[in-house]
Design a protein around this ligand. Structure first.
Ligand code: MLT
Ligand code: ZN
Length: 470
C-alpha cells in the first residue's frame, strides 16, 4: 500500500523521512508523542479520496492534521506507528470569494490569518479569531468547532460554516459546498462533521460566512476587583451598545503577570495591579459613529460608580494591537511556564463569577500548594481553568502524579453545575478518559452509534473523541 501511495502522491505528497515527519508527530504542547507509517500531503480532494480508499481496503488508520495546534492532541497519531498521518497543509487554496453571497470557499489547509486577509481584500471579514491564527488551519478549526475571541457576537465555527466538502471513511466524496441558507434534507451532515475531530471523515473544503468589514473599533483594557463586577460590566455594555461588543476576555492578575514574565516586549497596560483584567472590543460598521467615544464614556461612568478601578482605551491601532497581544499570547506564556493540569470548561454564563471564586478556592485547598490560573471567554461561559503545580514541585512529576485527580475534581465540580469539560478545544486524546467517565450512557451510546454508522471499519482518527470504540 505504501508503494502505491508513494507513486500516486509523488515526492511532495509522500514521505517516510524521520526528519521531515518529526515536527508533526508530537502535539503543540509537547505532551504526546506518536509515530506514523508515512506522512501524506495530498494536493487535492481526488488524492484524499485515493488515500482513504486504499486505507479502507487495507484497514489502515488515518490521522488528519492541519496546523497541529490542537490543545488536546487531537491530530497526533498513536505510538504504534501503523497509521497514516494525512496533512492538509498543501490544500491551501481559497477557491472563491463572493461578496454577493458573503461566502468564502476555502480548502482545509488555508491558514486562518490568510483567510482574514483574503476577506479584507473584498471588504469583508471572517469573524473568528484566536491566538493561533497564524498557524491554525480551516480544516482543524472546523473539526474542533473552534471558538476563540469573537464567539460572543458571531458564535463558534458551527455558526460560520455554511457548506462542507469532505471525504467520508468509505472514500466517497460528500459534496455539500453549496451555501444554502435553508436546507432541510434530513440529518445535517455538515454539522455532524463540524466538531467531529476527523473521526467521521476528512473535511477538505468549506464555504464560510463572511460579514461586513469593520469601520472602526474600540479596544479597552479594564482593571476591576472581581468576576462579579466583570459580568455586571458586560451586561451593562451590552445593554448600551446593542450587538457592538465582539470580545470580552477576562484574565486575573496572575495570568497577566505570567504573560509579562515570559513574552518579550509586553508591558502592563494600567498603572496599578488589579485582581482582574478585561479586554474589551467593540466595533462599528463603515459610516457609523466612532465606537471609541462611546466605550470611553461608558467606562468613565463605570469608574465613577466604582464598578471598575481603572481603564485605558487604545488611542490608535498600534495600541489596540498591543492590548490584544497580551491576550493572544497567554497560551504561549503558559507553555513557557511549564506543565499544568489544563481544563477548557464551560458553565452557564450567569454562574461564571461564583464558579471562578469557588472552584479556585476548592482546588487550591484540595491540592496543597497548587495555583489556579483561570482565564478566558467570560462572556461565553468558557474558562481555561488551569492548575499549576506547587512552585517547589517538579512540575512534570506533579502533573503525572496528581493530574488525573485534579482533572476529575475540576470536571466533577463543573459537571455538578451543568457544565462541560470541553468548551472549545475538543476531546482529542487528552480528554477521552474523562469524557468516558462523565458522559453518561445516553451520550456515549449516541456517539458510538454515529461513529459506527459512518466509519464501521474504525479507520478515521481512532483513539480520539469517541470513547471505547478503538
Ligand atoms: C485561549 O483562549 O487562549 C486558547 O483557547 C488557548 C488556551 O486555552 O490556552
Ligand atoms: Zn480559548
Amino acid at each position: 500500500m505504501l508503494a502505491t501511495l508513494e507513486r500516486r502522491l509523488g515526492p511532495k505528497g509522500f514521505t517516510r523521512d524521520a526528519h521531515e515527519m518529526a515536527p508533526w508527530l508530537s502535539d503543540w504542547r509537547g505532551r504526546v508523542h506518536g509515530q506514523a507509517a508515512a506522512l501524506l500531503s495530498p494536493a487535492n480532494t481526488d488524492e484524499v479520496q485515493a488515500i482513504v480508499q486504499l486505507a479502507a481496503e487495507n484497514r489502515v488508520a488515518i490521522v488528519p492534521q492541519g496546523g497541529n495546534s490542537s490543545m488536546v492532541a487531537g491530530a497526533t497519531p498513536s505510538a504504534d506507528g501503523h497509521s497514516l498521518l494525512l496533512s492538509l497543509r498543501r490544500m491551501n487554496a481559497i477557491r472563491s470569494l463572493s461578496p454577493e453571497d458573503d461566502v468564502a470557499v476555502a480548502e482545509a489547509g488555508v491558514i486562518l490569518s490568510d483567510l482574514h486577509d483574503a476577506a479584507a481584500g473584498i471588504g469583508r471579514r471572517f469573524p473568528l479569531s484566536l491566538g493561533a491564527k497564524g498557524s491554525a488551519r480551516i480544516g482543524g478549526l472546523i473539526s474542533t468547532n473552534a471558538g476563540g475571541t469573537q464567539v460572543l457576537r458571531f458564535g463558534t465555527m458551527r455558526s460560520l460554516v455554511v457548506g462542507i466538502e469532505a471525504v467520508l471513511p468509505s472514500g466517497e466524496r460528500f459534496d455539500g459546498l453549496s451555501a444554502l441558507r435553508k436546507d432541510n434534507r434530513g440529518y445535517d451532515l455538515r454539522q455532524l462533521l463540524i466538531g467531529a475531530e476527523g473521526t467521521l471523515g476528512i473535511v477538505t473544503a468549506a464555504s464560510l460566512r463572511l460579514v461586513p468589514a469593520v469601520g472602526a473599533r474600540a479596544v479597552a483594557w479594564v482593571g476591576l476587583a472581581g468576576p462579579h463586577q466583570a459580568l455586571t460590566l458586560l451586561r451593562r455594555l451590552e445593554a448600551a451598545t446593542g450587538d457592538a461588543i465582539e470580545s470580552f476576555e477576562a484574565m486575573p492578575a496572575n495570568v497577566l503577570a505570567m504573560v509579562l514574565r515570559h513574552i518579550p516586549g509586553t508591558r502592563a497596560p494600567l498603572g496599578g495591579t488589579h485582581a482582574w483584567n478585561i479586554l474589551i472590543e467593540t466595533t462599528a460598521p463603515v459610516g457609523a459613529p466612532d465606537p471609541v467615544e462611546q466605550l470611553t464614556g461608558l467606562l468613565a461612568s463605570a469608574a465613577e460608580e466604582g464598578l471598575i478601578e481603572d481603564a485605558t482605551v487604545a488611542a490608535n491601532e498600534a495600541q489596540a494591537e498591543a492590548l490584544w497581544k497580551l491576550r493572544e499570547v497567554i497560551a504561549e506564556a503558559e507553555r513557557a511556564e511549564g506543565p499544568a493540569a489544563k481544563h477548557d470548561i464551560s458553565v452557564p454564563v450567569s454562574i461564571v463569577p461564583d464558579f471562578l471564586i469557588e472552584a479556585r478556592a476548592a482546588v487550591e485547598s484540595r491540592f496543597a500548594g497548587s495555583r489556579v490560573v483561570g482565564f478566558g471567554h467570560l462572556g461565553d461561559g468558557n474558562i481555561h481553568f488551569n492548575v499549576l503545580p506547587p512552585p517547589d514541585a517538579d512540575g512534570k512529576a506533579w502533573v503525572e502524579g496528581e493530574g488525573k485527580a485534579v482533572n476529575a475534581f475540576v470536571h466533577d465540580f463543573v459537571g455538578a453545575r451543568g457544565g462541560s469539560l470541553s468548551a472549545e478545544h475538543g476531546i482529542g486524546q487528552l480528554k477521552l478518559a474523562e469524557l468516558a467517565r462523565t458522559a453518561g450512557p445516553v451520550r456515549l451510546h449516541v456517539l458510538r452509534a454515529i461513529k459506527h454508522a459512518l466509519d464501521p471499519l474504525g479507520i478515521m482518527n481512532p483513539g480520539k473523541l469517541v470513547p471505547g470504540v478503538d
